[in-house]
Ligand binder design. Sequence first.
Ligand SMILES: [Zn+2]
Length: 391
Amino acid sequence: MPKIFDGHNDSFTRHYPPRHLRRRPLKPYSFLEREEVYSHLDLPRALEADFKGGLFAIFIDPPLAEETEPAPSGPRARSQAKFPPLDPPIDGELALRATLEVLGYVFRAERASAGKMRIVTNSRQLEEAWRSPALTVVLHLEGCEALDGDLNSLETLYRAGVRSLGPCWSRPNIFGVGVPFAYPASPDQGPGLTEAGRRLVARCGELGILLDCAHLNAQGFYDIAALSPKPLVSSHTSAHTLSPSARGLDEKQLEKIAASGGLVGVTFNVPDLIGPLGQDAATIPYPQELYAASPKGLAKLVKEKRPHRPLSELEALLSHIIYLGKRLGFEHVALGSDFDGCLIPDQIAGVQEIQKVPQALAQIGLSQGEIEQICHRNWRRVLQTTWGPAF
Ligand SMILES: [Zn+2]
């Protein structure tokens, strides 16, 4: 069973929501206990399934009252708007306080885990933790509302161990705008990074913080591509060619990622894989067909949209993984489950069933080498290239 290094989850905020989001009493250090009712991922289940590490996001939702406020949409607003509506912005002070709260919880959990989970901040620690029995945790900020424009809080959070960030989630902030959840829609939605966003990219380069393009629109993606010499990464996304979600990456973006030596982490979010109503489940080619196709055959297969028995949700995930591997090479494809942040395939109950993915890939005929690249090697390579060598 291959070890798994995964590109994205929201499990810390699922287990320990900050004060403004609490709906239920919190169990201290519940991430260290089995919690199958509320969450996809906890420490005991992860280690049992050989889920050995990943990028763990701090993602801050707006206060509950704001969550139910309708975005400026409605049929008329929608037809007149140039771009589909984004989620409303959230307050920076609230985001910083909530981020510090969740980080504090993670540090307490790490200490209480007695060595079973290890937060890593450089390549040497990453490789040591990876080879140890512990869960390897890389701290990631999903959206940077907690950061001020002078980037002082970035320095503070860097010292606290944050080594990866996505400048924007799917809402505007001082660094840019994200990409809306729209379908069918292009990823090309509005302007890219602001001046502060460009300064953030430069500072992340100096500090050695991984930049994640997931949730950025196309222009934001190209801004990072132009400003950062590091491998381009989108931690939890899908192939727009297979299912036209605005959050998917189009062919031009995919080629940029491969040319930079980066990777695409494939999301488990079903609406991004087959459309919000499953619209594409009966036309996305089967994973077996994609794997067997020649490069020319692959383009034809995808273009013809031949109707067939609808793919299961797990098959759809496999089709995205294999399409991206055939297009870019399997050295550019990885996992980005988004556990505890999305609607995962019916066939995967949670992290305890993550090994169904490599098992299915092996049945389709992928080599052990290809499977290991997808499951952990690519993420480890990209983190080490970004952070600097291990030794
Ligand atoms: Zn996300």
